[in-house]
Design a protein around this ligand. Structure first.
Ligand SMILES: [Zn+2]
Length: 629
């Protein structure tokens, strides 16, 4: 079962709150929010996309649902965004929405500056479907009085809230404490203000803007009395949660693992909602972080990777897939290496293909794919189409003389459709971004025109393999599949184990230890140059033919084993030729065997000092079916 199905099941028995200010009453309201105190880290997208997946799943079931996303911009400036210390220092403690935007920004204020950047990513990722999700800003909620009811109820029950803090999270608040912060009328700070004496009739609080309330900001010492309503102040965020849940009213809201501990903020908020409103908290979806591994991805120092930067790099469907495919509770991982990137794209492509071609493909896997589609309503986007393999895109963007679109049309066998072109465009962009900003030298391709110096270190057998390969290349059909087979043929005919063969292959072709899949990549290049390159592997640099023959020769038992084991049945030789060859001082017997499946093999048997070549040759012939030897 896909994890969204499990959430839907839980929701069936989850109590539905009565209608609130924003509707509800039979309509599910999914809520999430973000404090716009700096550029949003890419990890912030996990919750956004998990909520979006549940939103889509509910909609698909025909359930009435809305997805609201808030900007918590009445929170105080309590840290300085990286590199903007000078500008923001003086505003520490003020509400984010009352703080000017950094110089050069077109935003109305600091909160607007950062949330606009973050929300722009939602659109790219298709969050909230066609209309997008419903954005709201806490300044509007407070100032328009929409939280007045909740504020009055919470401040009138301050003593009860204080008890819950103690019971649930063992946090002591002084007698007379109010879960409220007014905006100081003198200095404009909110984070430094302590409130007392709620007058329930006049809805006022007394406040003190303290110099020593918090470490990160210093109040002005002012004292006063203001209304608690209409945006003159705010609830601390645990109670702000309660007010949102009760007022909107929220039925689903997940939280990151840091909030979900016993006695943690989510627990406190749930107890307060129960005590003050007699309601159950919205259905929680606890989710783990996303770990962006190792390599530094960010241009802006000290920030980690921002959501915007990641969305500028990865195609949106890939980013959605990355965040949604793992169960929310599991940590998602992403390492910006070539290997991890190729794996991620390949897994998405495989899931795409199977979703539309494999009837036995598990429903949960299909769901994961379909939730990754950006424009789910677009039938072209949400259907079967040809995916351009990312590893080849990576290779092709490094071969500027080639027409990427034409090459993929050739592999596909027909012209690319508009949807295929647009997906390829995104992949080209991601590949170029990776090469330019993130790749290590060994991840870049340098096509060799003559065997590189490094090829001198190849073993005698690896060189022999290159020679056989050059021969196979000169006569095989020049398309991806045939070329790929030719590499395996050459390995069997050397003979050489596949890892050593591919090491030699990538060393000669790219002066590297690995590269894109051989077949399709070589098909892009001209046959003549490839045949010449592998034919030119420096035989003059100490090649030892005798050493090669000896190194690849086994015992008679090895040959017997080769001919009698195999899955599901041993190979069936249909043709064989046996020769004796000199290998320096000694001799080897060579058997060239063609199997029923058409595959050619070469096997060598060594002639030991106490044997004669003729006797070994006779024994080899005995091992082959009589009609062949
Ligand atoms: Zn003040």
């Amino acid at each position: 079962m896909h994890w969204t199905e499990e959430i839907l099941q839980q929701l069936e028995t989850h109590p539905m709150p009565p209608a609130g200010t924003y509707g509800g009453g039979g309509v599910h309201i999914i809520n999430d929010s973000k404090t716009p105190s700096g550029r949003a880290h890419v990890g912030s997208l996990r919750g956004v996309l998990i909520h979006d997946a549940v939103y889509r799943a509910l909609k698909a079931k025909g359930v009435s649902v809305r997805y609201r996303f808030g900007c918590d911009d009445y929170d105080p400036v309590d840290e300085l965004p990286h590199g903007m210390k000078e500008h923001f220092q003086q505003y520490l403690g003020q509400p984010l929405c009352n703080t000017p935007a950094p110089p050069g920004s077109t935003a109305t204020d600091m909160a607007d500056h950062f949330i606009t950047d973050f929300w722009s990513v939602f659109k790219d990722l298709g969050v909230g479907g066609e209309g997008g999700c419903e954005f709201y800003r806490m300044r509007d909620i407070y100032r328009s009085g929409q939280f007045n009811g909740a504020i009055d109820r919470i401040l009138s029950s301050a003593e009860r809230v204080r008890e819950i803090y103690k019971q649930v999270s063992n946090a002591d608040r002084p007698r007379g404490w109010l879960p409220f912060q007014a905006i100081c009328e003198k200095c404009g700070r909110i984070g430094t203000v302590e409130c007392t004496n709620y007058d329930a009739a006049a809805h006022t609080v007394e406040y003190h803007c303290r110099t020593d309330l918090v470490e990160w900001a210093k109040g002005c010492g002012n004292r006063g009395k203001v209304s608690a309503l209409d945006g003159k102040g705010k609830l601390p965020w645990k109670l702000e949660w309660v007010a949102k849940w009760a007022t909107f009213p929220v039925t689903v809201e997940g939280a990151g693992e840091d909030h979900n501990t016993k006695g943690g903020s989510r627990d406190v908020a749930a107890h307060c909602l129960k005590a003050l409103y007699g309601r159950e908290a919205p259905l929680n979806i606890p989710y783990g972080f996303i770990l962006i591994g190792g390599r530094k991805m960010s241009s802006s120092k000290g920030l980690g990777v921002t959501a915007r930067e990641m969305a500028d790099f990865l195609p949106p469907e890939v980013l959605r897939y990355l965040m949604i495919r793992t169960r929310p509770k599991s940590q998602a991982n992403f390492e910006p290496t070539e290997e991890a990137l190729v794996k991620l794209f390949n897994e998405l492509d495989r899931s795409h293909l199977k979703t539309f071609t494999d009837e036995k493909y598990p429903a949960a896997e299909k769901t994961s794919y379909l939730l990754s589609v950006v424009h789910e309503k677009d039938p072209a986007e949400a259907g079967a189409f040809f995916d351009c393999e990312f590893q080849l895109v990576l290779a092709l963007v490094q071969m500027p003389h080639l027409d990427i679109y034409a090459e993929f049309a050739r592999i596909k066998g027909s012209a690319l459709s508009p949807i295929e072109r647009s997906h390829l465009d995104r992949r080209i962009h991601a590949a170029k971004f990776f090469i330019a900003n993130l790749s290590l030298p060994e991840e870049r391709l340098t096509l060799q025109t003559t065997p590189p110096i490094g090829a001198k270190e190849l073993s005698a057998t690896q060189r022999a393999f290159c020679r056989v390969l050059s021969g196979r290349f000169s006569k095989c059909e020049w398309n991806g599949e045939a070329i790929q087979s030719a590499v395996f043929d050459a390995a069997r005919l050397s003979p050489i184990d596949q890892p050593s063969a591919f090491l030699a292959f990538y060393r000669v072709l790219l002066d590297n230890t690995r590269g894109p899949k051989a077949g399709n990549f070589l098909a892009f290049l001209g046959r003549d140059s490839v045949v010449r390159l592998f034919g030119e592997v420096p035989w003059d640099a100490g090649i030892d033919e005798a050493a090669h023959l000896r190194a690849t020769a086994g015992t008679l038992d090895d040959l017997k084993k080769f001919l009698t084991t195999g899955k599901p049945t041993p190979p069936t030789p249909v043709h064989g030729a046996v020769h004796v060859r000199s290998a320096g001082a000694g001799k080897v017997v060579e058997a060239h065997i063609v199997m029923l499946d058409g595959k050619e093999h070469l096997r060598r048997v060594r002639v030991d000092a106490d044997q004669t070549a003729a006797s070994v040759e006779a024994e080899v012939r005995c091992l082959l079916p009589t009609q062949l030897a």
